[in-house]
Design a protein around this ligand. Structure first.
Ligand code: UD1
Length: 418
């Protein structure tokens, strides 16, 4: 079992390059199943979830090679399998994103039903309702979900909640449908625009990604052209380094970022007293006073991202005053709070909110990361806590952060993997 050991108290300074976006690249890899020829995806982060998605795609019949650092070549075979091994689907929920592309390409898919998850209930009912509305037959039995469709037909679909995964899966399923599909109350995340752009390069006709209405005009066939695509920077990794600079009273410049994608966070931090300036694809974060407590409400994009909620809580533990963080996306996302409390934080959870009374110091302790972003929050707390912090459950953090210790060490942190 690996652990991260952190000696707290170092002010971070310097430059850090942000990697490609995990939540975009995983979906683009799934989307690559629709490629007639082959495709190159660039700026791919070397993280555990990408390695798992490579295994999922190989099991479905795609050839995948690393061409270079951060460059993947994907060539799907003519005859794809319609199912992937259960253990891979169990390991990574994002495996469900192969459903839409498989329905389009081969007209059927069978997957192990992804169950509950450490951050709360994560059903896929909205994905399945969308497939059904398009004309697929969907059966859930013996712990599996099957979807079958000889021919899909365009339809208007109104999502009850702007689910990222459902929007992406329905978009993929509608590409070759007969007629036009309109997804209303669609998720507006930048990662969805990435997918629209990728599919359109293959010959799909999709408009509106980034707004709440996406229109997919079915085409009879995709083009057989090689595609070369570079993934956007990871706004959640960027947000984590911005918060690392804020909590350590640092002076950190992030390079290769899209500042607009981080605005929900940066506008909040400015309110808390952090100096933030942007220039092209750079963000400079300077923090040299005790931060003011501020309230944060988590919402779908462009609201404050749920994937930065635990890290924001960690920063607020040391702010001056009481802050309230309300989580509106994933109900069960406060499991890390007890670990921060063990480090000296004063936090009380009531329903969907955490009430954080700022304290003067955190102290290092042995803590357990309960999930990926919560793990990042514990790292932030460790960076500033007095003495040594030992973080267990590092495999969660490895799912989504490329070379975390290396990047933090280059900024002056004392962090090692044992
Ligand atoms: C994606 C991201 C995840 C992020 C989340 C919200 C990936 C790989 N993961 O997850 O990091 O935290 O968006 O920004 O991109 N829901 C339903 N029924 C459904 C689908 C979702 O009720 O069929 C609910 C979920 O329980 C949750 C909410 O909708 O409460 C948001 O989920 P969703 O946007 O689908 O998240 P994911 O796509 O799973």
């Amino acid at each position: 079992m690996e652990q991260l050991h952190i000696v707290g108290g170092h002010r971070l300074s310097g430059k850090v390059r942000i990697s490609g976006a995990k939540n975009a690249v995983l979906k683009l890899m799934a989307a690559a199943l629709l490629v007639e020829n082959e495709c190159i995806i660039r700026n791919v982060p070397l993280i555990k979830d990408v390695l798992t998605m490579i295994e999922v795609l190989r099991s479905l019949g795609a050839e995948i090679t690393w061409e270079d650092e951060a460059v993947l070549r994907i060539k799907p075979k003519k005859d794809l399998n319609y199912t992937a091994p259960d253990e891979l689907v169990r390991e990574m929920r994002a495996s469900v994103q192969v459903m839409g592309p498989l329905l389009t390409k081969i007209g059927k898919v069978k997957l192990f039903q992804p169950g509950g998850c450490v951050i709360g209930q994560r059903p896929i009912d909205l994905h399945l309702k969308g497939f059904q509305a398009l004309g697929a037959e969907v059966v859930e039995e013996h712990g599996y979900v099957y979807a079958d469709a000889r021919k899909l037909k365009g339809v208007d679909i109104h999502l009850d909640f702007p689910s990222v995964g459902a929007t992406e899966n329905i978009m993929a399923a509608a590409i070759l449908a007969e007629g036009t599909t309109v997804i209303k109350n669609a998720a507006k995340e930048p990662e969805i625009i990435e997918e629209q752009n990728f599919y359109n390069r293959l010959g799909a006709r999709i408009r509106g990604a980034g707004t709440d209405t996406i229109r997919i005009e079915g085409v009879p066939k995709l083009r057989s052209v090689p595609v070369d695509y570079t993934v956007i920077p990871d706004r959640i990794e960027a947000g984590t380094y911005i918060l690392a600079a804020a909590i350590t009273g640092g002076d950190v410049t992030l390079v290769d970022v899209i500042p607009e994608h981080c605005e929900a966070l940066t506008s909040k931090l400015k309110e808390a007293g952090v100096q933030i300036t942007t220039d092209g694809d750079m963000i400079r974060v300077v923090s040299n006073t005790r931060l003011k407590a501020i309230d944060t409400t988590v919402l779908p994009y462009p609201g404050f991202p749920t994937d930065l909620q635990p890290q924001m809580t960690a920063v607020m533990t040391l702010a001056d005053g009481t802050s309230l963080i309300t989580e509106n996306v994933f109900g069960g996302r406060f499991r890390y709070v007890d670990e921060l409390v063990r480090m000296g934080a004063n936090i009380r959870v009531e329903g969907r909110s955490a009430i954080i009374k700022g304290v003067n110091r955190l102290t290092g302790a042995v803590v357990l990361a309960p999930d990926l972003r919560a793990g990042a929050a514990l790292v932030l707390a460790g960076l500033v806590a007095e003495g040594n912090t030992v973080i267990e459950g590092v495999h969660y953090i490895d799912r989504g952060y490329e070379r975390l210790e290396e990047k933090l060490t280059a900024l002056g942190a004392e962090i090692t993997r044992i």
